[in-house]
Structures are given as C-alpha cells and as structure tokens.
Write a protein that binds this ligand. Structure first.
Ligand code: SF4
Length: 679
C-alpha cells in the first residue's frame, strides 16, 4: 500500500504524517517518526486529517449562478472566461481597486505567491489579504516595531528546555496540541515554571506554578504591572538593555504607575500573584513568552504584542536559546501566506509595496512597469467597502468569512452587495453559497507544495492521489486565469514557482525543492549552504537595536452595562478546526464534539436560574444565538465563553467588529453580552 509523507493540514505545528493510499482513496493517516516537529506523534486531528478528503460533499465541478438564483454546473473554460471578463469589466467601470482578493492560510506557499502575483501583476491592485488579518495582524505590526521581524523567535523543540514558560491568550493543548505536549514535558521532565495568564481554567492549568486569571481586555495593564515590579526591584537586565535596546527611559516612565494595587483594580489579578509571576519570569535563566489570539484579537492587539516584546527585552529573554516571544500561528500555512506577501502592504518576504526599489525588482522580474504603489485593502476594510458599495468584486480562495469574520450579519449584507463574488474551495462553504461562481479546488492530498509552520519551518506536502472529480489544484486554477488574460504563466510544477519565490524573497534565498525533499528549513535561509535559523535576533535584532514601545492601558471597545452585563470571549476546541468545514466531515471528530455550548460560571448561572445543559440565548448588540449552557467553575464570574466553530450557533454573529486602529484586527476576544433562559 503506498504511504505518502506529507504535512498535516490543520494547525500551525506542521506535524509530519503519512497518508495510506488504496486506489486513489486515502484510507488512513499515521505519524512520521522522522518529523522534526512531531517526532512520531499526532493529535487526534492529525490522525483524522484524511477523513474529509473523499467525503461525498466535495465540490465536483465549477458552478455558475443562473438568473433564477440557482447554481448550474459549468465546465472550466466557461467559468474561467466568466471570471476574467466580469472582473476586468468591473475594473474598467470602477477602477483597478474596485475588486479584491482573499488568499488562503490553508493553501500552499506557491499558491499564495501566485494569488499575490495575480492581484498585483495581472489585476494591478494591492487589494490582497488573508485571514492573518483576523488572527496575527497585530503580531506583524507589534513585533516588527519592537524587534524588526514578526515571526516566532524560537523553535518548537526549545520549549522543553526553557526554565520558565509564560503562556497568555493561548489554550495551547487545544489549539496547538503538539506544542502543548512539549510544554507538559518541560514541566514534568525539566521542572520548568509554567505561568498561565488566562480567564479560563485550561488543561495546562494543573501543570502551572501560577495561573493568573485576568479580566478579558486588560493585558497591557498586567504586563505593565509585571514590568513595574521588575524595574522597582532592580530585576531587569541592565547589560542587555544598554547594549541591545533603546527607549528604556520611556518604558520606565510609562510603567511607573502600574503598581500591583492599580493592576489588581483593572485586571482582578491578586497583587501577590503578580509579584510572584514577575519574580519567577525575571529570575529564570531562560524564559519564553507564548501567546496567541487571546492577545492579538483586541482593539489593543498591537499594544498587547508590544507589551510582550517589552517584557522579554527588559529581562534579556530574547536572542538566545530557550528564550523569546512566540506567537503561535493558528492555521497550517498562515505563516507562509504572510511570508508570500498575501498582505495589502508587502510583497513576499515583507518587502514594502511603497519602496520604489522593491517595486522595480518585482516589475523587472514580472516584465511589466505598472505595479500599484499604494497599500491595498485589508480583509476587514474590504468587507466594509463592500458594505458601503465601494467594492464591486471579490475573489476568495479557501476562506469562509461567513463563519470566521466578526459580526456575521454585517458580513452577509456586505457580500450580498457585491456585483460579483468568486469562491474557490473544496466544499460548498457558507460563503460559497453566496457566490456567483464556485470553483472546485483540490485538498492538500491532491497536490504538491510547501507549508511554513509556526516556527518558520518550510515543509513539503506531497501528492498522494489524483485530483478528485473535476477539481483542479489551486495553483493551476490561478494560472488558467492569468493565462486567459494574456500572461505567460507557464509553470510546470510548484517547484518552478518556488524558484521564482526564492529569486524575489531574501528570507527564502537558500530554499529549493531538492533541499526540501530530505529536510525542512527554517527561514531566514539566505543561501544554498545556509542551514536555516533556529532562533532569531541572536547578536542583533532584525531592526538593529530592539525598541521598547511602551503603551498605556486602554479600555476595550465595549464594556458591560446594565443590559449587556457580562463579557463574552471566544476560542477553539481540541476536536475542531476553525469554521469546521473539514472537521465536521470527520465522523470521529464530529462525534466527540457535535454541538456548540456557552460556558458560564456557577454563580452567574445560579443568579439567572440557569441549569447545566439547558438551552439558553446569548445576545449582544449585533445579534443572538441559541445554544446549551455549560455551567462550570472553570471560568471567572462575569465571563461567558463560546467556541467559534459552529455555524448553527455562530459565535461570530455576536462578536464585535471594532478594529485595532493600526492592525485592523477585530476585537473577537471581548464584548458585552447577556444570557437569557428560553421561555
Ligand atoms: Fe495536525 Fe496540529 Fe495536531 Fe499536529 S498538532 S497533528 S499539525 S492539528
């Protein structure tokens, strides 16, 4: 039985797995012991990574919406011709920036590069973005401002040897299970100190030295509080600060007022716990900060990220083994989609579209002289522009904003106002149901390419079976569109696309498919003999000196009032992934977690006469959903938690679409809500 080595399609860990193939059917997945990341293990999603591939719901042929509103089957030439003629017509009538492209953190690097190239070279717009806008846009800005590079600073293997691990805004065992296992090993085998700062009890809590439970939306306050304690006690690393950083005096002056008493009044964190956390973190020889969307998805997301970076620099816990700042990327290739320039302001390798030399480099390679030079629209701005009738056409590859975006009712109205919507996917997603043209793409098992995992590791994926039904690999679909508009996109394989990426992208300079065949490489990898980079900022920061970026605490956009008297926060479950498009098609994963629920503290439930398992309604200013109550002591009083995967009770009907002013990331993680019993 053929066994094909590839990379898991789900989270950003990038575990290696084999697919068992029988007659163009995948009948099983099992772990690869050679994988640097997973070392012979997989989480439950990895063991079931193949379940959805042969599912009967797969899109089988292109679909075009008829005048009666129903979809009809079409062949590929008709669908491609309709897309190119309609998008160019919209641009002729309304200008180049009247259309936008959403790329995909589920697709390969090569496909994201081509989507970026399609928007810029072929359609002459920088309106290209993807779902990193919704998860780590604040990381990109916050870490670029402080360190000069926005990626995870360390490697997954380093977690096991860190003396202290501070986790905030990441339910690591649920979201990044294999990293969660490494952290448990660090505690069990190496007596690492684990500090958790999170409003909910997590599986990792029982391994923690300290669990500080903060009110959602108060992260800058407790981070400033820890820094205040460190500076007041002279526990900061003066040599590191003097030699490698700038802006310390400004930081000292901003954090001066964040005394433990003041921080407790904002966050609810007990003063002695905060002092203990500051003591342990600053006195450990090596300390890692781990964060995810609990830090980034706020109107103060960039401030939160900057505060994490400030803390690491203050104690010299950056630029060395087992010490750093580690934003865990959620999807299999969200790091790669960012690296490939599927962002409105940069080409691949974070090279600015506003830099004339960079623009000239891409124009020369692409044999044109009119690339757009202003930054384009983000995902969130594009939706708002569609809502205000200022965006006419949208091409979405492998994303599902009708479940993933905040304030879904607003998103639906915006998408319905578009004159033309194309969705390229493997299933009829909730977003595809609104499209004018739906294109059937291939799953990860039906194509070659690379993903870049959360630790900057470029990993091969390999074709295990031929494309199913009448589907086509995403990169080939994009080539068809470019070619039909007269562009010479004659790539024979993803390897040729990677060669072009390498030529244009300094951080990928030493990569090629021959090297990747036998090994994975962590960028930056600057030439063919470069081994790749285990941890960043060794002797100097990417931007030269590390820059303290002190920030003051600001209130979230929405706080509880008399009517909406609770705080709602959202997150993921171990058994499911994002909008459940794939995991709901796995019998095992769906069986373990088939329904949505809302977690509510015992005391809040008692006050409202809510029983465990009872149907309740949760409402915010944007809408309401009905779901089952889960009464628990694992969440603080005053807070509700809802997993965001379930379309039947979509948490994002409720979430707030207020944006961080710099990163344009929505405030998913805190809004005002009320809970009602059904009468
Ligand atoms: Fe896949 Fe992530 Fe699980 Fe690894 S930890 S098997 S990458 S879902």
């Amino acid at each position: 039985m053929p066994q094909i080595l590839t990379t898991c399609i789900y989270c950003g860990c990038g575990c290696g797995l084999y697919l068992n193939v029988v007659k163009n059917n995948i009948i099983g997945s099992f772990p690869s012991s050679e994988s640097e990341v997973s070392q012979g293990s997989l989480c439950v999603k990895g063991w079931h990574a193949h379940d959805f591939i042969n599912h009967p719901d797969r899109l089988k042929t292109p679909l075009i919406r008829s005048s009666n509103g129903e979809f009809r089957q079409a062949d590929w030439p008709e669908a491609i011709n309709l897309i190119t003629s309609k998008l160019t017509q919209l641009q002729d009538e309304n200008g180049k920036d009247s259309i936008a492209f959403f790329s995909s953190a589920k697709c390969t690097n090569e496909e994201n590069f081509l989507m970026m190239k399609l928007a810029r070279q072929v359609f002459k717009t920088n309106n290209i973005d993807h779902c990193a806008r919704l998860c780590h846009a604040s990381t990109v800005l916050g870490l670029s401002a402080t360190f000069g590079s926005a990626a995870m600073t360390n490697s997954i293997s380093e977690f096991e040897n860190a003396e202290c691990i501070l986790i905030t805004g990441s339910n690591t065992t649920e979201q990044h299970p294999l990293i969660g296992s490494r952290i448990i090993k660090a505690v069990k085998n190496n007596n690492a100190h684990l500090i958790i700062v999170d409003p909910r009890e997590l599986r990792l809590s029982k391994f923690a030295t300290l669990h500080l439970k903060q009110k959602p939306g108060t992260d800058v306050a407790w981070l400033n509080g820890i820094m205040h304690i460190i500076i007041s006690n002279n526990w900061h690393d003066k040599e590191f600060i003097n030699k490698r950083c700038e802006g310390f005096d400004e930081l000292k002056s901003i954090v001066a007022k964040y005394t433990p008493e003041y921080v407790e009044s904002i966050t609810g964190i007990r003063q002695d716990d905060l002092v203990n956390a500051a003591n342990i973190y600053s006195k450990s020889k090596s300390a890692m900060i781990v964060y995810s969307m609990g830090i980034t998805q706020h109107t103060t997301g960039v401030d939160n990220v900057k505060s994490c970076a400030n803390l690491a620099m203050l104690t010299g816990n950056i630029g060395k083994l087992y010490s750093g700042v580690n934003p865990l990327r959620g999807q299999n290739n969200v790091q790669g989609a960012c690296d490939m320039g599927a962002l409105p302001n940069v080409y691949s390798g974070y090279q600015k579209v506003t830099d004339p030399d960079i623009k000239n480099k891409f124009e020369t390679k692409w044999n044109i002289n009119n690339l757009p030079s202003d930054a384009g629209l983000s995902v969130t701005a594009a939706i708002n522009m569609a809502y205000s009738n200022n965006l006419k056409g949208l091409y979405i590859m492998g994303e599902n904003p009708m479940v993933s975006d905040p304030n879904i009712n607003h998103v639906k109205q915006a998408l319905n106002k578009l004159e033309f919507l194309v969705v390229q996917d493997i299933f009829m997603s909730e977003t595809a149901e609104l499209a004018d043209v739906v294109l059937p793409a291939c799953s990860f098992a039906e194509k070659e390419g690379t993903f870049t995992n959360t630790e900057r590791r470029i990993l091969k994926i390999r074709k295990a079976i031929e494309p199913l039904h009448n589907s086509i690999e995403d990169w080939k679909i994009l080539c068809k569109i470019a070619k039909s508009l007269g562009y010479n996109w004659d790539y024979d394989s993803p390897s040729e696309i990677m060669d072009e990426i390498v030529e244009l992208t300094p951080i990928y300079s030493g990569v090629n498919y021959n090297r990747l065949e036998n090994d994975s490489i962590q960028w930056p990898c600057t030439d063919i003999n470069h081994p790749g980079t285990k941890f960043l900022h060794k002797d100097k920061f990417s931007k030269g000196k590390g820059s303290f970026q002190p920030v003051d605490y600001k209130l979230p956009d929405e706080i509880p009032d008399n009517e909406y008297d609770l705080i709602l926060t959202t997150g993921r479950l171990y058994w499911h992934f994002h909008t459940r498009t794939m995991t709901s098609r796995s019998h095992i994963l769906e069986r373990e977690s088939p329904h949505c629920f809302v977690e509510i503290n015992y005391n809040d439930a008692k006050l409202r006469n809510i029983k465990d398992g009872q149907d309740v309604k949760v409402c915010t200013k944007r809408g309401e959903i009905t779901l089952k109550a889960k009464v628990t002591d694992k969440i603080l009083e005053g807070i509700l938690f809802i997993p965001f995967h379930f379309v039947e009770a979509a948490a994002n009907i409720l979430t707030n679409d207020a944006l961080d002013p710099q990163a344009e990331i929505p405030e998913y993680k805190t809004c005002a809500a009320k809970i009602l019993t059904l009468t």
